[in-house]
Design a protein around this ligand. Structure first.
Ligand code: SF4
Ligand code: SF4
Length: 251
């Protein structure tokens, strides 16, 4: 018979999956508001687009909830989780995990230069690039978005599950920067905590982590912070002993 704990765990992951599927299905409407490309186009015209506003918001949120966006709402993350049965392995991290920070610096540099050559930001238009608020408004845009999602799939296919989040996503860089600031300042924020003394070393948490993190090692090391943890709570919901929990606490 299912226990209260396992029912709660299943429903939390069901909610997460439903949110990710909704986020994926809303792509025709929302993709321009989360697009690292549209923000550059807007900046080149001196316009703060919807994606610029969202990325500023994500940076502020990251000071309190880290990469929760990546785990629960991001449509690109959703796409990779939908495709994950086709990915045979988890990401082999190491040096590849650092590439995204270079991409973020380059991307922010281009945005900054574009804004500079446009003489700064002259207008705020949350609906920039959309038609009546809808992102995919023509066959050309649909083809372009499909190409980008195909590239995300290819990156994940060759690097491992959620490989794009690990290796190339420029948005990850700004969110990780926010988390780093919080970790240095130490104010209360959403995080994982683990009671290592209850761990039975079954490795289920490690095997179920969509980001391929060695969660068992993190539990044993007494440090649940990792820049690539997207706070999806899969490890917590998989652990048979309830070792790992969400908490709002100081670092
Ligand atoms: S460590 Fe846990 S919360 Fe973090 S990404 Fe892995 S499964 Fe999700
Ligand atoms: S799933 Fe739980 S008990 Fe198993 S290794 Fe991870 S923390 Fe330990």
């Amino acid at each position: 018979m299912a226990t209260d704990k396992s029912l709660k765990s299943v429903s939390r992951q069901n909610i997460r999956k439903i949110l990710l599927i909704i986020s994926f299905l809303l792509i025709p409407v929302t993709i321009f508001y989360v697009s690292p490309i549209v923000i550059m186009m807007g900046a080149a015209e001196g316009i703060a687009s919807g994606s610029m506003l969202l990325f500023i918001l994500l940076f502020i949120l990251s000071l309190f909830v880290g990469r929760l966006w990546c785990g629960w709402l991001c449509p690109m993350g959703a796409w990779q989780e939908i495709c994950s049965p086709l990915m045979k392995h988890t990401v082999i991290g190491g040096w590849r995990d650092w590439i995204k920070y270079g991409v973020t610096v380059l991307w922010l540099g281009v945005i900054g230069l574009s804004m500079f050559s446009a003489g700064g930001i002259h207008a705020v238009d949350p609906f920039y690039g959309t038609v009546g608020g809808i992102s995919i408004s023509s066959l050309e845009v649909l083809m372009m978005v499909a190409l980008i999602f195909f590239i995300i799939f290819i990156v994940a296919f060759f690097t491992g599950r959620r490989g794009f989040c690990h290796v190339l996503c420029p948005i990850a860089g700004i969110i990780v920067a926010g988390r780093l600031i919080r970790n240095l300042a130490g104010w209360p924020a959403l995080q994982l905590n683990a009671a290592a003394n209850q761990c039975i070393d079954c490795n289920k948490c490690k095997n179920e982590c969509p980001m391929g993190l060695d969660v068992h090692r993190m539990v044993r090391a007494g440090n649940m912070e990792d820049p690539d943890c997207i706070l999806c709570a899969n490890c917590s919901d998989t652990c048979p002993k309830g070792v790992i929990r969400y908490s709002v606490a100081r670092k």
